[in-house]
Design a protein around this ligand. Sequence first.
Ligand SMILES: *[C@@H]1O[C@H](CO)[C@@H](O)[C@H](O)[C@H]1NC(C)=O
Ligand SMILES: *[C@@H]1O[C@H](CO)[C@@H](O)[C@H](O)[C@H]1NC(C)=O
Ligand SMILES: *[C@@H]1O[C@H](CO)[C@@H](O)[C@H](O)[C@H]1NC(C)=O
Ligand SMILES: *[C@@H]1O[C@H](CO)[C@@H](O)[C@H](O)[C@H]1NC(C)=O
Ligand SMILES: [Zn+2]
Length: 479
Amino acid sequence: MAPLSALLPLILALGASAAPSLLITPSAPTPSLAPCLTQAYHGAYGGQHVFLPSDACVASGAAGLLASGSLVPARDGEAVVWVGPAGVQGASGRAASDVFADISAAAQAFLPRLLDTPQKVFSAGSGSSSPVSLLHASDGANPALFISVPRAALPLLDTLLPPHYVPVGVAPSPVALGYDVPEHYARHLANVTKALRFRPEVATVVNSIDADAIRRDVRWLTGEAPSGIVSRHSFTEGARVAAKWIKEKVEATGAECEYFSYLDGFSPDVLCTYPSNSTERVILSGHYDSRGSFGSTRAPGADDDGSGTSHVLAVAEGIKQHKITFDKRVTLAFFSGEEQGLWGSHYWAKSLAEANATVVLQIQADMLAYRVPGEPLQLGLPATIELPEAGWLVANVSALYAPELLVGRTAACCSDHQSFISYGFPATQVFERAGWIADPMYHNSGDLADREGYDFEQIASIAKVTFATVLEVAGFHTK
Ligand SMILES: *[C@@H]1O[C@H](CO)[C@@H](O)[C@H](O)[C@H]1NC(C)=O
Ligand SMILES: *[C@@H]1O[C@H](CO)[C@@H](O)[C@H](O)[C@H]1NC(C)=O
Ligand SMILES: *[C@@H]1O[C@H](CO)[C@@H](O)[C@H](O)[C@H]1NC(C)=O
Ligand SMILES: *[C@@H]1O[C@H](CO)[C@@H](O)[C@H](O)[C@H]1NC(C)=O
Ligand SMILES: [Zn+2]
């Protein structure tokens, strides 16, 4: 990793000389790429590949190899963020330039107010005079943009986006030019799927998942039960209260938990690992931060992602209740900074990659609760961003242990599993629905649990699936 990038994690500029250029291109990298480009790869976002080549590399004409790309100047001290449609029906019909106009107007209107709260909850910096700027826009079936965001505005980026758009942070330092998740990971998961059969001992464990316990946890996280939490936006006190509560709750189930801090001011990830001598990791996660309505930081997040968070807590309770020990190293992870661009998962996945960790499976649970009245219980798997063998395994486990769930594919875009895919780890996501996002309270300050369509039974059913998948992949014993 570039030492300067390590020192200044959000700064894409390589020193004080001329500002470097970003190369953004739909052409996938090939093995014949010039080394100065392969070493400058920063990942794929919505089908666009991002490079940050040195001036010398650009001057040498290497960038010309990707003739279809655009070279745009990077801005000193700012974060680069991809913004694209979240997967709500109809939202992708807008022109990218219109989406940017909304973001720009919101930055002018909301930022000064949000940065100047008397409580000083937003301490990321001052002087938000430099507006969010557009680096690259692409229209077509999925209009998306790359924007440059001043450091002070990054914590509030979620509040500036039109409700049906989501951000993914562009890796601040180069990522390995993996053309795909390594083949051995896929073969291993295919093997697990092939050997799968109904096992009563797995059913006994996962059938103890309790929808009432999930209800209590969700309501605590939203503040509907008296917890004092009014928001879990990553920069609020509520997020820190939630992190401490989660840490203590999971520690009580026999895991060792730690805070993982990654960027100034964001509440930390909570990472909880059960004792094991194995070097092979299995990770189940949700994000405990949330996003409110356009221009607001009031984010109770019952569905997004109080549901995924509480589902992981339910798995932790099951591990304790059945005195489970795992063969592999199982981590239950609770990310923050998801709503500003997947930052919490990004930095942890990066640190795992730098440590040459073996992650045999990562599953992200994001929005499990909302069910359109009249529709069956459902489980949605990602239509695009996943390792296919991971999704197939989860679907096959679902048929065995939660046959009440209708399994399908969803266009819902961009949660923390993408960070793991970016660093070459096998990953997938579980979601509440096949098809488009349908929750009317999506990215809304009214995302509470006490409303029509919010279904604790569906969360519990999906928890049976992820729990059984972890048991199968990690190997387990009960006392
Ligand atoms: C998959 O199973 C085959 C046959 O059982 C075995 O030879 C192979 O080593 C396994 N591969 C992995 C990656 O587990
Ligand atoms: C790890 O290995 C040590 C030494 O063999 C052993 O004492 C310990 O019980 C093992 N821990 C687990 C969780 O298996
Ligand atoms: C990870 O692997 C690389 C390449 O094999 C090696 O250079 C590096 O020292 C390893 N890092 C750690 C922390 O083991
Ligand atoms: C079950 O796994 C197989 C691969 O082993 C896959 O082809 C199939 O689609 C999976 N089932 C479902 C319902 O996804
Ligand atoms: Zn979410």
